[in-house]
Design a protein around this ligand. Structure first.
Ligand code: DAH
Length: 352
C-alpha cells in the first residue's frame, strides 16, 4: 500500500509538469485530488485495513495529499505569472494595473477668506475693484493725507523700488489697499467730472511692509478695503453695513462695538471690535481677557481724500474700511504664527 501511494504521488507530479493553463489545472485537481481519484480511494479504503497497517498508511496518504496540494498551489502561481508575462508582451494596455491617484488641490486659506469677505459685500451691492500692488508715494500716502515726512508714515514703512530720482514721489509696494480708493474715485470722476457717480466697492489684495518677520508680522499680507461714496452717506450707514457684515461673517448673534481711532484718511475714524467668538465674550487667551477682538479700521472719508479723488466734499460724503483676512483666520482658528501663511507647508495648508 505504501508503494502504491508513492506511485500515485509520482504519477500525479509527473502529470502536473505538462499542465500550462487554468483549464488543465482544474482537470488535474479533479483527477488527482478529486473524490474518485486514486488517492481519495486510499482514504476511503482505510477502514478495510488491519489495525496495525492503518495508522502508517493514513499518515502516508495525508503526506501525499499535502504534497500534491502544495504542488498544485505552486503550479497555479507559475501558470498565472506566465499568463501575465504573456499578456504584457502581447498587449500594450494592462487594464488590471491600479490607476494613479489624482491629488486634489484647493484654494489657499487667505484666498478662501478673501472670497468669503468679498461675497458678503457683494450681497450688499459692493463691486470688486482690483487695484495695483506697485504704487507711487503720491497715491499710497500723499493723496490719503499722509504728507511727506509725516509721522503717521512710521506705522507703515515699505519696500521702495529704485526708479531714479523722483524726489518726494518714489515708487513703492503699497502698504495698504487704501490707495485703491483714490484710483477708483479718479477713474469714475474723470469719466464724469461734473457729476461723478456713487461708488460702492471692495478692494481685495496683497500689501507689503518693511517689517521684521516674526510670529505676528510679515512683509506681505492681504487686506480687503471698502469704499462707499455718495450723497447723504452718514456714519449710521457705516455702522449699519459693518455690523451687518460682522453678523454675516461671525454669526447672527455676534455683538459689535466701535472705538474711536485715528487714520489720516478718515475723519472721524474708528475701529470695530466683535465679541470674542472663541469664548463668547467671557474673556480668554485669544481676546487677551477683554472679551473683544479688533477686526477692522474704518471711518468717514476725509474731505481732502474725496477732493483728491475728484469728488466735491460739499456735495459727497462716504465711508471706508480696511480689514485683514489673515488676521481673521488667525483669530478664528487660533493660528499663533502668521508665517504659516507663506511657508508653503502643505501640512498647514491642507487643514483648510
Ligand atoms: N489702511 C489702513 C491700514 O492699513 C486700514 C484702514 C483703516 C482702511 C481705516 C480704511 C479705513 O479704509 O477707513 O492700517
Amino acid at each position: 500500500m505504501l508503494d502504491k501511494l508513492k506511485e500515485i504521488e509520482q504519477s500525479a507530479l509527473d502529470a502536473l509538469k505538462s499542465v500550462n493553463d487554468q483549464a488543465s489545472l482544474d482537470a488535474w485537481r479533479v483527477a488527482h485530488l478529486g473524490r474518485s481519484s486514486s488517492l481519495m480511494q486510499v482514504f476511503s479504503g482505510l477502514g478495510l485495513l488491519s489495525k496495525e497497517e492503518r495508522p502508517a498508511v493514513g499518515q502516508a496518504a495525508n503526506k501525499v495529499k499535502i504534497a500534491l496540494e502544495a504542488a498544485l498551489a505552486e503550479r497555479t502561481e507559475a501558470v498565472k505569472a506566465a499568463a501575465l508575462a504573456k499578456s504584457l508582451e502581447e498587449e500594450e494596455l494592462d487594464v488590471t494595473l491600479p490607476g494613479r491617484g489624482v491629488r486634489v488641490g484647493r484654494l489657499h486659506p487667505s484666498t478662501q477668506q478673501l472670497r468669503r469677505v468679498v461675497e458678503i459685500f457683494a450681497e450688499m451691492g459692493f463691486q470688486v475693484y482690483t487695484s495695483r500692488e506697485v504704487e507711487t508715494d503720491e497715491i499710497n500716502y500723499q493723496a490719503l493725507n499722509f504728507p511727506p515726512h509725516h509721522p503717521a508714515r512710521e506705522l507703515q514703512d515699505t519696500l521702495y523700488i529704485d526708479a531714479g530720482e523722483r524726489g518726494d514721489n518714489p515708487i513703492l509696494l503699497r502698504t495698504h489697499t487704501s490707495p485703491g480708493q483714490i484710483r477708483a474715485m479718479r477713474e469714475a470722476s474723470t469719466e464724469h467730472p461734473d457729476d461723478p457717480p456713487p461708488i460702492r466697492i471692495v478692494l481685495p489684495g496683497m500689501c507689503f511692509r518693511s517689517e521684521q518677520i516674526t510670529a505676528r508680522s510679515e512683509v506681505q499680507f492681504n487686506q480687503v478695503e471698502g469704499l462707499a461714496v455718495g450723497e447723504n452717506i452718514t456714519f449710521a450707514d457705516l455702522k449699519g453695513s459693518l455690523s451687518d457684515f460682522a453678523r454675516r461673517m461671525f454669526g447672527q448673534n455676534v455683538r459689535t462695538r466701535f472705538r474711536a481711532s485715528y487714520f489720516p484718511f478718515t475723519e472721524p475714524s474708528a475701529e470695530m471690535d466683535v465679541e470674542c467668538f472663541v469664548c463668547g465674550g467671557k474673556g480668554c487667551a485669544v481676546c487677551k481677557q477683554s472679551g473683544w477682538l479688533e477686526i477692522l479700521g474704518c471711518g468717514m472719508v476725509h474731505p481732502l481724500v474725496l477732493e483728491n479723488g475728484g469728488y466735491d466734499p460739499r456735495r459727497y460724503t462716504g465711508y471706508a474700511f480696511g480689514m485683514g483676512p489673515e488676521r481673521q483666520l488667525m483669530l478664528r482658528y487660533k493660528i499663533n504664527d502668521i508665517r504659516y501663511f507663506w511657508g508653503n507647508d502643505v501640512r498647514f495648508l491642507e487643514q483648510f
